[in-house]
Design a protein around this ligand. Sequence first.
Ligand SMILES: *[C@@H]1O[C@H](CO)[C@@H](O)[C@H](O)[C@H]1NC(C)=O
Ligand SMILES: *[C@@H]1O[C@H](CO)[C@@H](O)[C@H](O)[C@H]1NC(C)=O
Ligand SMILES: *[C@@H]1O[C@H](CO)[C@@H](O)[C@H](O)[C@H]1NC(C)=O
Length: 310
Amino acid sequence: MRGEGGMRLFPISSGWFAAFVIGAVLVSAPRAQAWSKEGHILTCKIAQALLEPEAAHAVKNLLPHDADGDLSSLCVWPDQVRHWYKYRWSSPLHFIDTPDEACSFDYTRDCHGPKGAKDMCVAGAVTNYTSQLLHYREGTSDRRYNMTEALLFLSHFMGDIHQPMHVGFTSDEGGNSVALRWFRHKSNLHHVWDREIILTALADFYGKDMDALQKDLTKNFTKGIWSDDLSSWGDCEVLSSCPTKYATESIGLACKWGYRGVTQGETLSDDYFNSRMPIVMKRIAQGGVRLGMLLNHVFSEHGREIPAPT
Ligand SMILES: *[C@@H]1O[C@H](CO)[C@@H](O)[C@H](O)[C@H]1NC(C)=O
Ligand SMILES: *[C@@H]1O[C@H](CO)[C@@H](O)[C@H](O)[C@H]1NC(C)=O
Ligand SMILES: *[C@@H]1O[C@H](CO)[C@@H](O)[C@H](O)[C@H]1NC(C)=O
């Protein structure tokens, strides 16, 4: 399942990479959107805006007609189907449980399903669906696999693996069982990171306008606060080390910012929101940029040169 070696996600100089991202952003136009799972929609919108013509074409080709060419309209599909009988197997692919307080990710130790099935976690899923899509250009796609589903799963899981609390502690289910209040309503720690912080930011700073938030995120990685950092975002090997890097970053952030100082039953408000919002926003941007680059890689000429994973 895990590929050996392979190419760097961005096999180009960092300056060129930054110039490419900025160029791609300048030529992309904003699109209208539906309102639902905000983090995934933002990640997929950012990614799709960064696609080169080859990848843009492949994505449009793989999307069902009713998506109208908009990847973000189907990026929440894996969340919708995970409870259906037919897709129940996919449920463990959305997260990773790490040992309580370990604050680290170890693929062999942590990437398995509830009954120990190897690779059944979000890091294994990113590798799995990347390697399935690598066969798309070759026309050698395994008939067991549905390339549309591979695209939707990969796009969704690239979001999940960047959400710090999706790589959380085992006993509290990534913060799901840490009940608390978000300002005045009941919530839990996992949900605060999935949704509450994004919704509060949208309401307080962006007039609930997703396009405005997407523009601000994009501005911040092209010429704003994250632009110096941008070139390091692609510094890993597609099939082998990228998913491990992303998951390791997430559990680090979960410990440093997610769990820290939070106790069961308390009320989280301005202090928590103000200090955590920048982390959430950066993770959404990283997920989007990395998904865009990954799809460019997978659907491009040199994507073929990656040895098939065993
Ligand atoms: C890989 O993808 C196939 C097809 O969707 C699925 O049956 C399998 O469980 C996946 N495994 C992982 C680790 O994602
Ligand atoms: C691939 O999956 C999509 C989404 O589940 C489905 O609509 C489509 O019919 C599938 N295609 C094939 C060839 O099975
Ligand atoms: C973008 O950066 C500015 C600081 O320059 C910050 O105030 C703002 O919250 C950032 N926006 C997002 C979406 O992260």
